[in-house]
Design a protein around this ligand. Structure first.
Ligand code: B16
Ligand code: MG
Length: 216
């Protein structure tokens, strides 16, 4: 157990606070079905944390359909996937917030730590509203506010800037390889949520965010 103290915890959203990753998967899978190829849950790992258009490029690559479509056609496909996804997350229930998330937020406040959201998703505001968790964040940075997608560190650096906290005093909680890479590049502590074999670049891997409470 380390002794270093941090001032700020930055949370990814999809896959860290709520399992929206499964809805992203189902929405991309329905597009793959329509295009006539299989898209597996293992392949979906590569899409986690990356932007919508980059995800589409990866998906088309898995289907052997790279370079087959114009930019306009790709934008239509991405819009279609997003409409399917939004229909799913409009029905998101508060109970889908991962267990222990609220406990961690309470502990962070007790320790006077700042909290921020650092998500690649343009749908983050809708998800925060559905889960009623916007109140827990001192700063929110999402996919509508950044120009460079993870693994670029922009989303996390922006959150630290808003809160006037040096990057080295921030801990990032992330479920994706791209996001952990972004955290490391920013000079932040990178805590992986998930399985060690999928997240080799993390400083620490835990199964869920509340497992970090003993480290505070
Ligand atoms: P959207 P996060 C990411 O959110 C997802 O992990 C990733 O699968 C998705 O492609 C990306 O947001 C963009 O999402 O299409 O809703 O704008 O994990 O950074 O919270
Ligand atoms: Mg994520």
């Amino acid at each position: 157990m380390e002794n270093k103290k941090y001032s700020c915890a930055i949370f990814d959203l999809d896959g860290v606070l709520v399992d929206t990753a499964k809805y992203h998967y189902l929405a991309w899978k329905s597009l793959a079905d329509e295009l006539g190829f299989d898209f597996t849950i293992e392949q979906n790992e590569a899409l986690k944390g990356v932007s919508r258009m980059k995800s589409l490029d990866l998906l088309l690559g898995f289907g052997g359909l790279s370079d087959r479509f114009s930019q306009e056609e790709k934008e239509k496909m991405a819009d279609k996937k997003n409409r399917i996804y939004v229909e799913m997350i409009k029905k998101l229930k508060k109970e889908e917030l991962f267990g222990g998330v609220t406990d961690l937020f309470v502990k962070l406040k007790e320790k006077n730590m700042k909290t921020a959201l650092g998500s690649a998703s343009k749908n983050a505001p809708l998800i925060l509203e559905r889960l009623d968790i916007a109140k827990y964040f001192d700063a929110v940075v999402d996919g509508t506010q950044v120009s460079k997608a993870k693994p670029d560190p922009e989303v996390f650096v922006r959150a630290a800037e808003i809160l006037h906290i040096p990057c080295k005093e921030c801990i990032v909680f992330e479920d994706s390889a791209a996001g952990l890479q972004a955290a490391k590049t920013a000079g932040m502590k990178a805590v992986g949520i998930g399985k060690k074999e999928n997240l080799p670049m993390a400083d620490l891997v835990i199964g869920s965010v509340d497992q970090y409470i003993p480290y505070l």
